[in-house]
Design a protein around this ligand. Structure first.
Ligand code: SAH
Length: 353
């Protein structure tokens, strides 16, 4: 579905598909002011009625070049049956330069024996606008949403009332659901025949334990797919105006977890090598360990004047940016009030923005 707030007054939109599934889409688009044309061999009765009443136009054939070219948005709302053997609608739209999206997810997992499936949706850093369209479409099609706290949780308000939401947030030093239990919930819900969306912060495969969830589903024979997300590693600095690379300044960036301090036996990061590698260092999960990280980088030869920017609650109304240097971090510790979640940028670019 199109995001709830969209205004499409007078915008010509082509919807491909005629089932009840397409109906909700067509009605939503009409409510948003769009002029909808629907293309399908057969129309569900209520769609037929809309066409009869002249509220929706009916197009003959989606492969007609004008039909796509004259639209400003194309929605593929076909069921898998309607799609079988039919044209590749997204490709037709792409060739005509018209944006398109599929409402049932072009690459959605085909349902398993129970009919259930799991899709891991990367939710971005928490601001609702930074969830991808595919992620949003999956969310709205879910029977169950298993969510984290750093995901764009305000969008859960858009869900129909009968959708079950399970909160498995891990709060640092607070309540948390063990990973094994999260895996078990995903498998249990999918085996019950439900369409499960696992809504995660950022991208599911960046420190998100997403691949463990994929493996658990595969082991259990549950179909599982992934919708990529906007990772906080890049987007949170960017929301503070900080580029992680900048021509003539720095040619790359390294993203590391600061969860284990450099002197912690669990740490596998060669911080001394990082100090020399000459790329921007982006630290996730490293608010408390930041002074220790700064000390290690200084000891390995990084200059005390090296700029540091710590961006807390990126993209949320409570967002805050604290600027410092490696030297000051070691001497004075963290700026007051900085607490997780935060992304820290270390390097020349941290002085920009
Ligand atoms: N998979 C996520 C990262 C999970 S680890 C991603 O790709 O973004 C959790 C860490 O992400 C937090 O400790 C913090 O470092 C960072 N983070 C996520 N959302 C954030 C936000 N809105 N603002 C600041 N940091 C954020």
């Amino acid at each position: 579905m199109t995001p709830a707030g969209w205004q499409l007054d007078g915008v010509p939109v082509l919807v491909v598909g005629g089932s009840a599934h397409a109906l909700g889409e067509v009605v939503r688009l009409r409510e948003q002011g769009a002029h909808v044309t629907v293309v399908a061999d057969e129309l569900a009765p209520a769609l037929d009625d809309l066409v009869d009443r002249g509220l929706v136009q009916r197009g003959a054939d989606v492969t007609e070049p004008e039909l796509v070219a004259e639209s400003r948005l194309v929605v593929d709302a076909r069921t898998p049956d309607e799609r079988a053997g039919g044209p590749d609608v997204r490709r037709l739209a792409r060739e005509a330069g018209v944006p398109a999206y599929g409402v049932s997810g072009q690459d959605a997992a085909s349902p398993g024996e129970s009919g259930g499936s799991v899709v891991l949706v990367g939710g971005g850093p928490g601001h609702p606008g930074l969830l991808t369209r595919d992620g949003y479409a999956e969310l709205l099609a879910a029977d169950v949403v298993v969510t984290d706290r750093l995901a764009p949780v305000s969008l859960l308000a858009d869900l129909p009332g009968d959708v079950e939401v399970i909160d498995v947030s891990k709060i640092p030093r607070g309540r948390f659901t063990p990973q094994q239990e999260i895996n078990a919930i995903l498998v249990r819900e999918a085996r019950a025949g439900r369409r499960v969306v696992r809504l995660k912060g950022g991208d599911s495969f960046v420190f998100g334990r997403g691949f463990e969830e994929v493996e658990a589903c595969r082991e259990a024979g549950v179909p599982v797919t992934v919708v990529p997300g906007v990772t906080s590693a890049v987007s949170v600095p960017e929301l503070a105006g900080i580029p992680v690379t900048h021509r003539g300044v720095v040619q790359g960036f390294t993203v590391v977890s600061g969860h284990a301090a450099p002197d912690d036996p669990r740490s596998t990061v060669d911080w001394a090598a990082l100090a020399r590698v000459g790329t921007t260092i982006v630290v996730l999960m490293g608010v408390e360990t930041l002074p220790a990280i700064a000390r290690t980088l200084l000891d390995a030869g990084r200059a005390p004047e090296t700029p540091v920017a710590c961006v807390m609650d990126g993209g949320l109304p409570s967002m805050r940016v604290a600027r410092s240097t490696l030297g000051r971090l070691v001497d004075d510790g963290l700026p007051d009030g900085m607490k997780p979640p935060a992304v820290t940028v270390i390097g020349e670019v941290a002085a920009l923005g």
